[in-house]
Write a protein that binds this ligand. Structure first.
Ligand SMILES: O=P(O)(O)OC[C@H]1O[C@](O)(CO)[C@@H](O)[C@@H]1O
Ligand SMILES: [Mn+2]
Length: 454
């Protein structure tokens, strides 16, 4: 039997909490229990609300959910085996099959435990178990335990959102007169705003406030040196070549898919970028991909997506509310689309997608460009493995590439590929936390054979 931590065919081992002192270890030991404690606290604080809505049944549900979550926290902290899911949600059987696969790989059931298994797997599993605990208690099964944090982060970033809307209005007003270079300049700015929007997740801070308070456009110049890989020219040329009739099979509409990460300010920056892509004619369709259950504290669900557009429409700011109205109409008119798929809330590396979610893979193949937002998506793109920094992005993708793709990610986990020789080591000596602080970022592209860098 093959051990999960062996290097097989040049593919390095998965990051795991079994490496004592690693970021994975510290996350499983400290950050995940803190997040669970906050979840328990949130449910408890809402006891009265559950009582008002569902009477005594609501109170029972609150108690039982907390019981299940405390039990899970204890399993985690004492490195117990990962258990099969017991709920009737559609994806439970996929999770249980995945567990069986892990057990086969490890050789025995005991070894598939919180600290011994791949970090990516157990971290995803924790969020799925939160969903199980709620689902087993029907009156509150739809309750989003992370909703309060997500809405708070939206309201705390309002000033920055308004500044962004004013900037966007300036572009849209003069769109007809813009030269190609000016268009490129705006494109780069909004791509970088969306990139740095990824700093604002609530999982890395275990739920602490992490919102954007200053004007995002003004900070771009000073942030430039922290972009370790910047392939934005390839993103641009992918969009430009998709426009040429006859060059592409998909000549009718240029389509960009954005695989979303966090709600709050980050989602807002993604919507602004998507607005610009459409109003400039660089794209004719934008497809957003969100999560079907509350995920990694701040990730976007269908509800967050709709709510954000409603709030934007209702904002007390001329350009912001105008954008909200425009975005709603994009959705209504079939210019923008929102999708979710169970695969985004499973623990798989993306190289498994073609096999394990062929329908999603086929959907993504319809895009001219895929933008993957955030750290978790980067971990899944690269398999969350212990790659050398200089390994090519295309190698780390292990065959995944339904369409030209670009990761927009601030570094919050210790996996990074595609760096120059010595670059990672130099950063490590100057700034020991460079891989996990969210201070550095990448715009990393993978395209067809002729476009790729390695
Ligand atoms: O929202 P993002 O950018 O995917 O980040 C999620 C965070 O959660 C983590 O998985 C750690 O818990 C890190 O990878 C990252 O810090
Ligand atoms: Mn996230």
């Amino acid at each position: 039997m093959m051990a999960a931590d062996q290097t097989v065919d040049g593919v390095p081992p998965s990051l795991s909490a079994k490496v004592v002192g690693s970021f994975a270890y510290l996350t499983v030991r400290d950050r995940l229990p803190t997040i669970l404690t906050k979840v328990i606290d949130t449910i408890h604080r809402n006891k009265n609300k559950f009582f008002e809505e569902y009477g005594e049944e609501g109170i029972q549900a609150e108690k039982q959910t907390i019981g299940l979550l405390s039990k899970m926290r204890n399993e985690l902290q004492t490195d117990k085996p990962v258990l099969a899911l017991t709920d009737t949600l559609q994806d439970a059987e996929y999770w249980n099959q995945y567990l069986q696969k892990q057990q086969k790989l490890q050789g025995d059931e005991e070894s598939v435990s919180w600290f011994k298994s791949p970090w990516l797997y157990v971290e995803c599993y924790m969020y799925r178990r939160v969903q199980e605990a709620l689902w087993l208690n029907p009156p509150i099964s739809d309750y989003d335990v992370f909703n309060e944090g997500k809405t708070q982060s939206f309201f705390e970033s309002q000033q920055a959102m308004m500044a962004l809307c004013t900037y966007l209005e300036g572009i849209n007003k003069n769109m007809e007169d813009l030269s190609k270079n000016q268009l490129l300049e705006h494109f780069n700015k909004l791509l970088q705003v969306s990139l740095w929007g990824n700093k604002c997740d609530l999982s890395i801070s275990a739920g602490q406030d992490n919102s954007q308070k200053t004007s995002p456009i003004d900070s771009l110049n000073s942030l430039q040196p922290f972009i370790l890989v910047n392939d934005s020219n390839m993103v641009w040329s992918t969009l430009i070549s998709a426009q040429r009739p006859g060059q592409s099979e998909k000549t009718t509409a240029v389509r960009v898919d954005i695989v979303l990460d966090n709600a709050g300010f980050e989602l807002f920056t993604d919507l602004v970028l998507a607005d610009f892509l459409v109003s400039s004619g660089l794209a004719h369709e934008v497809h957003f991909h969100g999560k079907s259950i509350p995920w990694f504290v701040s990730d976007v669900t269908a509800n967050d997506f709709q709510w954000t557009i409603q709030q934007t429409m209702a904002a007390n700011h001329k350009w912001m509310s105008k954008n909200g109205v425009q975005w709603k109409s994009h959705l209504k008119e079939g210019v923008w689309f929102y999708h979710d798929h169970r695969f985004w809330t499973q623990p798989h590396e993306f190289c498994d997608m073609a096999m394990d979610a062929p329908d999603l893979y086929a959907t993504l193949q319809g895009a001219d460009l895929l933008l993957f937002k955030g750290d978790l998506n980067y971990r899944k793109l690269t398999g969350d493995r212990d790659w050398d920094y200089t390994v090519g992005f295309s190698t780390a993708l292990q065959g995944f590439g339904p369409a030209p793709l670009c990761s927009l990610r601030t570094l919050k986990a210790n996996v990074q590929v595609g760096l120059q020789p010595g670059q990672g080591e130099k950063l490590g000596s100057q700034d020991p936390d460079w891989m996990t602080s969210g201070k550095y970022a990448v715009i990393q592209f993978y395209g067809s054979k002729s476009e790729q860098k390695d």
